[in-house]
Design a protein around this ligand. Structure first.
Ligand code: SF4
Length: 342
């Protein structure tokens, strides 16, 4: 009897690629299968950094604005930090925007504006982790790298029926995926798996009857697809509280820049105290709740006098606050304040 895993390896990639050739999603950073165009590593890298922790739909507008304003890595490297941070506002995980700049500047200063073309070379750039290095190496440079994002993790955990809970399952998922990666078209292979996970092998109700690799999918055969991958139990997030200050003068608002290190580092923001205060009891005060990765924050807005507009900051016209590049947390607070003032 042949080992069923070996049999699956034999034609997994051809079946998947044949499906991708007609079902590939059309994405602004992507070269369509069969196209003679060469992928632009800058666009692939930018998209992969933006796509971490968020969705294609959320990224599309940001990607279009970034590439219009900074069409090459050299343009981005020469940009003002404040402009890039403001353009990133709303995408979250602001350390990534700072790393984005650091990486672009390293590519220009140390590599003549040309991205390294190997996984190891990419991994050595600031802010480029294992995932991004593998994805850019495969998609931009055709390297047979093992690319594992959340979509791919789900497809492989199901296809190979890996029932170990995450994150321990990651090692087994990589080991199962590695022999499937073809030397021919590894970038399309990675993107095909991403697309399969996003459109067919979805977290809920996967469309297995339309799946190009259903014939040897172990979870489909066992009827357990929807239960995989096994997620670790969710821990309750700590609840934190803080106050932001609304300091207004002459139809302008006092804004500061948050310290480079720490949450929302380098972003324009309302002034305020540390996020470790007791819960606010000011009845009727404007407040918002915002979920960060490791805690939930309730931020309450309090009015303060102009004497508190101290230190480094700037008076920003309230009518132009939309252009201030405030992160989502502060934008929600400002919107609520404007509504309550109506
Ligand atoms: Fe996912 Fe179903 Fe395809 Fe298996 S058959 S890989 S569970 S979509």
């Amino acid at each position: 009897m042949p080992d069923p895993d070996i049999a699956a390896v034999a034609d997994f990639a051809p079946r998947l690629l044949a499906w991708y050739d007609h079902a590939a999603r059309i994405l602004p950073w992507r070269i369509a299968p069969g196209s003679a165009a060469t992928p632009d590593p800058y666009r692939i890298w930018l998209a992969e950094v933006m796509l971490q922790q968020t969705t294609v739909a959320a990224v599309a507008g940001y990607f279009a604005r970034f590439t219009e304003r900074w069409p090459s890595v050299a343009d981005l490297a020469a940009a003002d930090d404040a402009d890039v941070m403001a353009a990133w506002a709303g995408l979250g995980y602001y350390a990534r925007a700072r790393n984005l700049l650091a990486c672009a500047r390293t590519v220009v200063a140390d590599h003549g504006g040309v991205f390294p073309d190997s996984e190891a070379g990419l991994r050595a750039l600031p802010g480029v982790g294992d995932y991004t290095a593998a994805a850019v190496a495969a998609i931009a440079f055709g390297r047979p790298a093992v690319v594992v994002d959340a979509n791919i993790e789900r497809v492989i955990a199901r296809h190979r029926l890996i029932a170990t809970p995450l994150p321990a399952a990651k090692r087994a998922i990589r080991a199962a995926l590695a022999p499937l990666v073809p030397r021919d078209r590894p970038g399309d292979f990675a993107q095909a798996l991403m697309d399969l996970g996003a459109t067919i092998c979805t977290p809920r109700s996967p469309a297995c009857t339309r799946c190009p690799v259903v014939a040897d999918c172990a979870a489909f055969a066992a009827g357990t697809a929807e239960s995989l991958p096994v997620k670790p139990p969710k821990k309750a997030k700590p609840q934190r509280h803080g106050r932001a200050w609304w300091i207004e003068s002459d139809a302008r608002l006092w804004l500061v820049r948050r310290p480079d290190k720490g949450m929302l580092g380098g972003m324009r923001a309302l002034p305020g105290g540390a996020w470790d205060e007791p819960p606010a009891s000011d009845d009727g005060a404007v407040s918002v709740r915002h979920g960060f990765t490791h805690f939930d924050l309730t931020l309450t807005l309090v009015r303060r006098g102009v004497e508190d507009a101290a230190g480094e900051g700037e008076w920003w016209p309230i009518s132009a606050l939309d252009a201030a590049g405030l992160p989502t947390l502060y934008r929600k607070l400002v919107d609520k304040m404007r509504e309550s003032d109506r």
